[in-house]
Design a protein around this ligand. Structure first.
Ligand code: AP5
Length: 217
């Protein structure tokens, strides 16, 4: 199964992608995580990506498409994969179609997580991430047991540079202008499943589960 998890910044794509990949034994491919690791490691890719990410802009299509090509090649023999944060532009979606076609594969469904801007701001402003293992928390909605420390590895939690208010505003604008039109692209391909993203993590997960079960019928 090949799924895309789609939605605005802070909608809960990463949170739900982790749950789906665990439940369905699928590989979770997050372009955001790959780019953040490259920034942390100080690679050439990281240096290039950092300036775009810090400003809330998209990393150029050719760079991200190159990353996804490699990740898909590595993931093809498994139980399927879940794309989180890719595609984000029409050229990225077209490149993905070409990549999959050449392997006689196709996207099975696009789960679009629908949330209000007000909720996005709440989720992003409270998000904290472990600097070592990348585990994600929310100050109010999904707090760690000990404030500021990761439950998994005990390391410090930090706020992402691009979660600062002015950058979030740019990310939302970029989403509306460049990424949201993809909903029509996938609607036209009869692949779009809109999922209400409001409510608790478990409630959203149950709704996604219903969509995935209905696909299996
Ligand atoms: P990326 O990391 O993909 O960021 P994003 O799409 O902006 O999404 P987020 O990671 O902010 O949010 P999310 O939807 O995953 O929500 P989460 O589960 O964390 O990309 C970062 C940057 O990299 C981009 O801006 C761009 O520069 C670059 N990039 C990446 N991919 C690219 C591409 N394809 N092309 C070009 N550039 C690219 O949840 C948010 C918070 O809410 C968490 O604290 C969580 O605990 C909490 N939460 C989740 N669900 C709930 C719930 N139901 N109730 C309450 N709280 C919740």
């Amino acid at each position: 199964m090949i799924l895309i998890i789609f939605g605005p910044p802070g909608a809960g794509k990463g949170t739900q992608a982790i749950l789906i990949s665990e439940n369905y034994n699928m590989i979770h491919i997050s372009t955001g995580n790959i780019l953040r690791s490259a920034v942390k490691e100080g690679t050439g890719l990281g240096e290039l990506a950092k300036s775009y990410m810090d400003n809330g802009e998209l990393v150029p299509d050719d760079v991200v498409i190159g990353i996804i090509k490699d990740e898909i090649k590595k993931s093809i023999s498994g139980n399927g994969f879940l794309l989180d944060g890719f595609p984000r532009t029409i050229p990225q979606a077209e490149a993905l179609d070409r990549m999959l076609n050449s392997e006689q594969l196709k996207v099975n469904d696009v789960l679009s997580i629908e949330v209000t801007d007000e909720e996005i701001i709440k989720r992003i402003s409270g998000r904290r991430v472990c600097e070592k293992c990348g585990a994600m928390y929310h100050n109010s909605f999904d707090p760690s047991r000990e404030k500021g420390m990761c439950d998994n590895c005990g390391e410090n939690l930090y706020q992402r540079d691009d979660d600062k208010e002015d950058v979030v505003r740019t990310r939302l604008q970029v989403y509306r202008e460049q990424t949201e039109p993809l909903k029509q692209y996938y609607e036209n391909a009869d692949l779009l499943s809109e999922v209400d993203g409001l409510g608790t993590i478990e409630e959203v997960s149950d709704r996604i589960e219903k969509v995935l079960k209905s696909m299996a019928k």
